[in-house]
Every structure is written in C-alpha cells, then in structure tokens.
Design a protein around this ligand. Structure first.
Ligand code: PMP
Length: 370
C-alpha cells in the first residue's frame, strides 16, 4: 500500500521511537519535581528537546513552549493574545483558507465581540499584500496567516506579510504546521514573526504534541498572553499541565533529524514528485491536471485533478493500493472550503486529490500505479 497522505500525518521514524521509549519506562519522573535523579533526568530530556526545536527554527530555547499540537497552539495564540490585549483594539485579520483551528477560533472570537477580517486568496491560495494593508484598522491587534496552505502547499511570502504587520504595530502569528521540518526556517531572518505554531506528527514525530514559538521583546519579555490552560506554573506560567515527556523527547528528536536530513529530503521529494506525476500521466494521460504552483510550494505535495473521476469514489476504490485524501483530514466531510476560496468550481473540487509524499518511503512501489 502506497501511503501518500503525509500532509495529514507522517509515520514516526524508528530513531524517534527509540529516543522516546526510555521515557515510557525507565525515566518517569515529573520534570517539574526537584531534588532526585528521576526528575532531573526527565528535566534534562525536556530541555534538550526544547533546544533541538530551537536549533531547527534558530530561536532561543525559552521562546519555545510545548503544547498538545497546532490546534492548541493556534487556539492559545488567538484567544490568549486577544483576551490579554483587547483594550488595544478588537479587530484581527486572518485568511479565508486557514486551517479549521484558526477559522473556528476566529468565529468563536467573533461571538465574543471581536471583529474578524477574512482575507481573500488567489488561485494558489496566496493572500495579496495590498488586501492586507487595506484591511488594517486602528483597532487591529493581530494578524494570523498560514505559512503554507495545507491543500495546495503554496508558500506565502511570510517575510513581506509580517513586515507589513510590524510597520503598523500589529503582532503577527503564522500557522507553520505544514512547513516546519520541510523547508528551512531561520527565525533570526524573520524578525517580524511573533508567534508560530507547529505539530510534531507532521514531521515524523509523535501525535498529540507540538508547540508554539513566542518571540520575546528586546527586554526579554513575552507579549501579554492569557493562558488557555490555567493551573500549575509549567511552561513559563503560560501553559499548565505536567509535560508529556516521551512525546516532547520524540518531537525534539524529529526536529534534530529534520535539520540533519532537510537538504536531502527536499531533493528526494522533488524526484519522487516527478516520478509520481510521470506514473499518473502514464495511466491517466491528459486527464491529469496539476493544481499546484511549482514556483513556490512545499516539496512533496501534489494536488491534482483526474478529469471525469469523482475524488471520493476514486480514493475508496483505490484504497487497497493508495492512501491519499481529498483535502484536509480535519474537514473531510464537506467539499474543500480552501479550494472554493481559491476560486475552484465545485466540479473541479470533486475531481481534486491531494497526494503528499514522504522522503523516508521507498518509492519502488510506485510500480503499483498501473
Ligand atoms: N494547521 C494546519 C495547517 C494543519 O494542517 C493542521 C493539521 N491538519 C493543524 C493546524 C492542526 O494540527 P493538529 O491536528 O496536530 O493539532
């Protein structure tokens, strides 16, 4: 079976699993306990993982906070920043193709009296910088735009977008779930990003763990944020709860491997993409229409239409051979709102399938596409 749904989730790497195992058996101390070696060992492991992620993103270790994943990180930044800063203004801006964890959080905030602007996107899912500038008001306090779209893989010009926000004294958040570990991200080069969300399972780490980068100001202070989870003093008093040490260790290892393999993975994925498209065209000929903009997209994600084939029926019938999806696994029941917002017609959306490849698979079994 050819697993081509790596944008939904990836298979945990053997090295990651191996790194996690001792923290499910031998080392079970609470990293927030003190005085005895069990706890000191787990604290050391958590510190190392924080550092491994900080190295991947090139930021300070204490700018990384652990969460249960991007859904929580996105909720935390939007709700937490708005709650703590609504005295400055009650308007936020997002794009119309954000993941459900941003869109539905924005809708929740609307129900609490916050005004939300949903920026339109072009055929590739890119927002237009002029639209952003025009939508900024005196009351705007936060902009959240995803780094890469999860259905087309298009990479937004985050540097330009974040610069515009800071020029207007507005903080900027990006949902980087689909890019982290896949393309180089050097946060010292993106000085206008204030918050960035990620999930480990998108880069060959475990599910149920992720984090958020929070940039400290020049005096070493975090922006004002209300915690989503109140309780203990973990994570700089910003996210309560005993840390999931084994998950965090796995995510740290996955980040270290992403750094090590980034260049070769990108190269491999481009080769696999070509091979995959070649095979699909061999079988379906000119019925294949590629939706992606290849100039600026994450490696390994192919969105294509097979003319005359209903995507759901196709995937059901091919399910013993290929695992892929019609769009985000988080909004599977309805036709893709992302492609709709990009201007695709319903019949085009019904023919569209997202194939997302792994750099760690052996694609000899592309041979099964016949
Ligand atoms: N944002 C994006 C762009 C995603 O693709 C996903 C996962 N599909 C999420 C957020 C949510 O991640 P998680 O389910 O790990 O919380």
């Amino acid at each position: 079976m050819l697993y081509l749904d790596n944008s939904a989730t990836t298979k945990i790497l053997p090295e990651v699993l191996e790194a996690m195992m001792p923290y499910l058996s031998e080392y079970y101390g609470n990293p927030n306990s003190k005085y005895y070696s069990q706890a000191l060992e787990t604290k050391k492991a958590v510190d190392l993982a924080r550092h491994q992620i900080a190295v991947l993103l090139n930021c300070s270790d204490d700018e990384i906070l652990f969460t249960s994943g991007s859904t929580e990180s996105n909720n935390f930044v939007l709700k937490g920043y708005v709650d703590a800063n609504e005295n400055l203004g009650k308007h936020i801006i997002i794009s119309s193709v954000e993941h459900a964890s941003i869109l539905n959080t924005a809708k929740f905030l609307e129900s609490k009296g916050i005004e939300v602007t949903y920026l339109p996107v072009d055929k590739n899912g890119f927002i237009n910088a002029n639209d952003l500038i025009k939508s900024i008001k005196r009351e705007t306090i936060l902009v959240s735009i995803m780094w890469s779209n999860n259905e087309l893989g298009s990479i937004n010009d985050i540097k330009k977008i974040s610069e515009i926000c800071h020029k207007h004294n507005i903080l900027f958040h990006t949902d980087a779930t689909q890019v982290i570990g896949k393309i180089p991200i050097d946060l010292s080069d993106y000085i206008n990003i204030d918050f960035l969300s990620f999930s480990a399972h998108k880069f060959y780490g475990p599910k149920g763990v992720g984090g958020v980068f929070i940039r400290k100001d020049k005096n070493g202070f975090y922006p004002k944020l209300t915690p989503l989870l109140h309780g203990g003093e973990q994570e700089y008093d910003l996210r309560a709860g005993t840390l999931a040490v084994h998950q965090i260790v796995g995510m740290g290892k996955a980040a270290e491997i992403a750094c090590r393999d980034m260049e070769s993975n990108i190269k491999k994925l481009y080769e696999y993409e070509n091979e995959f498209i070649f095979r699909m065209k061999k079988v379906f000929g000119n019925k294949i229409i590629i939706n992606n903009n290849f100039d600026n997209k994450i490696p390994g994600l192919i969105s294509l239409r097979i003319l005359g084939y209903n995507n759901q029926l196709f995937l059901k019938n091919a399910s013993s051979l290929i695992a892929a999806s019609t769009g985000s696994a988080c909004s599977n029941a309805k036709p893709s709102y992302v492609l709709k917002a990009c201007g695709y017609k319903d019949e085009e959306i019904r023919e569209t399938i997202r194939f997302s490849l792994s750099a760690y698979d052996n694609y000899d079994h592309f041979n099964s596409i016949e």
